[in-house]
Design a protein around this ligand. Structure first.
Ligand code: GAL
Length: 852
């Protein structure tokens, strides 16, 4: 007998068959322990990936790599000044296609945290707030100020409505589980005096009134009112407690590296310390942790904040700027995530017991009513490894490390034992070619078209003023460039003329950089730096009798992105004097200055595809070198293969670059001071600060500039460079970013890292040995074993050396297991390596292989 299905059930089947991607609405709430999604407490690992810091063609790959790394949630800011180009004029195309980005996250089955801000800091130009808002009369940012609040509310509402329209909130079946309003305002609220607290409370209320059906968060906002959750941002957040016993402990920004500024060194945070901070957070009751950044990406065009933030926003993140997994950071964290997830039930449902195991050693044991038990044991000693006893078993804990015991007995993971794969990545140079020459690759110089701008006013002045004006108030950030020009009449009687001396030009500027020309000749360049954008300089100048023209090109290098009243920080010249005249010093500061905003080439759009022919270029295979104010243009072929591409600008001075009209960004191979001390080796033990483990002392902060593959056509690509002070364009080249070899080093005393054995059906077995896993990039196979030694090898990937103990069959064992495979796993077992070599020693296996 057939029973008729109730109509509602029929409808249900119909709906699922016709709309397979339809997902049911989720109910997101929270208690003191965690977010609760559809009645389930959740332990979540999140990753910041900012959509405009890569290109849409990269988004699916980045999100897939995050998912593979054990990520549950993607976190992004919303970049107001990329979307609201002028009041009410919105843009959501290209890299700013937020809807597309969220859809990709949703399709990958991940959650999303939307940090609307709309102030974001983020080393992004002007902290993400549109520059035009600063010029709406009466506006003061981020305080109890009507025009600011009106625009902030309008934008927040616009974004909320857009997300709602797409059904992106979890309450509608979408991926968004949390939204953020403001950003770290609590740290500076008091500086805003009477306007501070009311503004913060208004922001919270305004957000909650949007009624999005999922909770709101405010980071570093100690007084965030209910129901808004206050969250923590720092290198360590294990000590953090939310401002109410009813709110869960959430970490919105764990910085796994740091950003760079032009002229500074290259910061690195060791993977052992990142893992330590994450493990400590979950050990001490944390429930959601986000890596800021998991993929930092690129500050394309003029989006870098600052001043002086580099175009690269690589951040030493688990996925590098170019989209490749950074090993071993990515893989070490992937294993950490697996280990933490094995503990999820016990952590979220068990009551923690804290056990002191020594002065700087402690265990947290979480046991739930169903018999699940998980423990984290930590050694906070910055110097000494320790043996501790926990539940009658002794454990060896390296200094500054946490061991994770998903069954309260066996160690699945230790934060200081990096047994996961690592790799060597290199930038391999390719010559630039123009298509015309591809038959003759490499043998001829590229044909460059050249256009040299005149120093000073072009096509008539913008205005004249008897004073020095503020740079930013004048350009309103429509360009980096502002010309300050003045005419100077030098009398025949000036003594310096007959004495063969030069008078001195003395300039003071609020920032950021400057070129000084006298009678069309470049005399000097100067700039501030990441810690102080102000600068002064003096330079002898060759004045002649009669009329002289002084043309000073003031340049911004990214606008301020954070700090109290940051929007009022100015730039540009404050004093110009000439010393050494008959009458002593001539102060030009309040004389008549003639101003011109921007460059002629910018005005004529000669870097855009439809403006290329707006000037008369000179074609040459021998372009001028060290020539200031020069535009260079060439037709280039795409580099071979499909690896990521960087533009090598080491032989250029400073400027901007475009490919096919897409803005690559500012380049400036500015060298960091040799006096900056870079440690020869990095000690992961102890608290991290951005200067602790840097590299690149005495080297250019940024040499290569990411050019996304999707910007290239198969031929006829137009590369345009604007060089400010002078460089050698014949040495510009593309480099491909290649994984040249992959490596692994695992010791017998490492945890098994075979997470399958933790599966409920296969109980962990004391005999299980550590395993060395290797995996080549997609579509490549292990083609040779460059190094393998089971014994006491030492060194790092690319430079391993054998020790006094070396198993003679090491290479053949590894070859047998790994050759011609995309991935392989070698257990440090007696079966593979006979146990009787070097008895009594703890042995390691180090392997380096090539993938092709
Ligand atoms: C935080 C801020 C982020 C970013 C970070 C440093 O204070 O919230 O937006 O600027 O610092 O990278």
């Amino acid at each position: 007998m057939i029973f008729p299905l109730p109509f509602s059930l029929l409808f249900f089947f119909f709906f699922f068959l016709c709309f397979p991607s339809f997902s049911l609405a989720s109910n997101v709430t929270y208690d003191h322990r965690s977010l609760i999604i559809d009645g389930q407490r959740k332990l979540l690992i999140s990753a910041s990936i900012h959509y405009p810091r890569s290109v849409p063609a990269m988004w699916p790959g980045l999100i897939a790599t995050a998912k593979e790394g054990g990520i549950d949630v993607i976190e992004t800011y919303v970049f107001w000044n990329g979307h609201e180009l002028s009041p009410g004029n919105y843009y959501f195309g290209g890299r700013y296609d937020l809807v597309k980005f969220v859809k990709i996250v949703q399709q990958a089955g991940l959650y999303l945290i939307l940090r609307i801000g709309p102030f974001v800091a983020a080393e992004w130009n002007f902290g993400g707030v549109p520059v035009w808002l600063h010029y709406v009369p009466g506006t003061v940012f981020r305080t109890d100020n009507e025009p600011f609040k009106v625009h902030m509310k309008n934008f927040t509402t616009f974004i909320v409505n857009l997300m709602r329209q797409e059904k992106f909130f979890a309450s509608q079946g979408g991926p968004i589980i949390l939204a953020q309003v403001e950003n770290e305002y609590g740290d500076i609220e008091r500086v805003y005096g009477d306007g501070g607290k009311p503004y913060a409370m208004w922001a919270a209320k305004m957000a909650v009134s949007q009624d999005i059906g999922v909770p709101w968060i405010m980071c570093q906002q100690y007084d965030a009112p209910d129901p808004v959750i206050n969250t923590c941002n720092s290198f360590y957040c294990d000590q953090f407690t939310p401002n109410s016993v009813n709110k869960p402990k959430i970490w919105t920004e764990n910085w796994p590296g740091w950003f760079k500024t032009f002229g500074a060194r290259n910061p690195h945070r060791p993977p052992e310390d990142v893992a330590f901070s994450v493990a400590r957070f979950f050990q001490k009751g944390g429930s959601l942790q986000n890596y800021y950044m998991y993929h930092g990406g690129t500050n394309f065009g003029r989006t870098a904040g600052g001043p002086f933030i580099t175009t690269s926003y690589d951040y030493d993140a688990p996925i590098d700027e170019y989209g490749l997994a950074r090993l071993p950071k990515w893989s070490h964290l992937k294993e950490l995530h697996k280990a933490i997830k094995l503990c999820e039930h016990a952590l979220l449902h068990g009551e923690p017991t804290l056990l002191s195991l020594g002065p700087l050693q402690e265990a947290h044991k979480y046991a739930d009513s169903k018999g699940a038990c998980a423990a984290f044991i930590a050694n906070m000693d910055e110097e000494n490894d320790k043996v501790v006893v926990f539940q009658n078993i002794s454990y060896n804990l390296p200094a500054w490390s946490v061991s994770i015991l998903p069954d309260c007995k066996n160690v699945a993971y230790n934060t200081a034992k990096v047994g996961s794969q690592t790799s060597s990545i290199e930038m391999i140079p390719e010559k630039l070619h123009s298509s015309m020459m591809s038959a003759d690759r490499g043998s001829k110089n590229l044909q460059w078209d050249v256009y040299v701008e005149k120093a000073g006013v072009w096509q008539g002045a913008d205005f004249v003023m008897d004073s020095l004006v503020d740079h930013i108030n004048t350009t309103k950030d429509s360009t980096d460039y502002l010309w300050y020009t003045i005419s100077l009449e030098v009398d025949q009687t000036e003594k310096f003329l007959s004495e063969g001396r030069h008078p001195t030009l003395m300039v003071e500027s609020k920032g950021h950089a400057l070129l000084a020309f006298v009678n069309q000749e470049l005399q000097a360049s100067a700039s501030g730096n990441g810690s102080d954008s102000k600068f002064k300089f003096e330079s002898p100048i060759p004045l002649k009798a009669g009329k002289n023209e002084i043309a000073l090109l003031s340049m911004t290098v990214g606008l301020q992105n954070a700090g109290p009243f940051y929007e009022s920080v100015g730039a540009g010249l404050t004093s110009v004097k000439i010393v050494g005249l008959n009458n002593g010093t001539l102060d030009l500061s309040s004389k008549t200055w003639t101003y011109k905003i921007g460059l002629e080439g910018e005005h004529l759009n000669i870097y855009k595809m439809d403006g290329l022919n707006n000037v008369k270029w000179i074609s040459t295979s021998d372009p001028p070198k060290n020539q200031p104010l020069t535009w260079y243009k060439a037709v280039v072929d795409p580099p071979s293969g499909d690896d990521p591409v960087g533009l090598d600008m080491i032989h250029m001075g400073k400027g901007q670059a475009w490919l096919n009209g897409e803005a690559i960004g500012r380049y400036w191979p500015r060298t960091s001071s040799i006096h900056d001390e870079c440690p020869p080796t990095c000690n992961y033990r102890g608290k991290f600060t951005p200067n602790k483990c840097s590299t690149g002392c005495g080297e250019p902060t940024q040499r290569w500039y990411h050019v996304p593959r999707s910007w290239f056509r198969s031929s006829g690509n137009i590369l345009v460079i604007f060089e400010e002070k002078g460089g050698d364009p014949t040495k510009i080249s593309f480099s491909r970013r290649l994984v040249t070899s992959i490596c692994g080093l695992v010791s017998e005393d490492y945890p098994t890292s075979d997470f399958e054995t933790w599966d409920k059906n296969t109980k962990y077995n004391d005999e299980t040995k550590p395993i060395l896993h290797l995996i080549c990039p997609k579509n490549t196979l292990i083609s040779s074993v460059k190094f393998a030694s089971f014994g006491t090898p030492s060194g790092t990937c690319g430079s391993y050396v054998k020790g006094s103990c070396d198993h003679p069959n090491s290479i053949s064992v590894v070859e047998k297991i790994c050759l011609n495979k995309n991935e392989c796993a070698i257990a440090l077992s007696g079966e593979n390596f006979s146990k009787d070599i070097c008895p009594g020693l703890t042995k390691k296996l180090a392997v380096e292989v090539a993938c092709s």
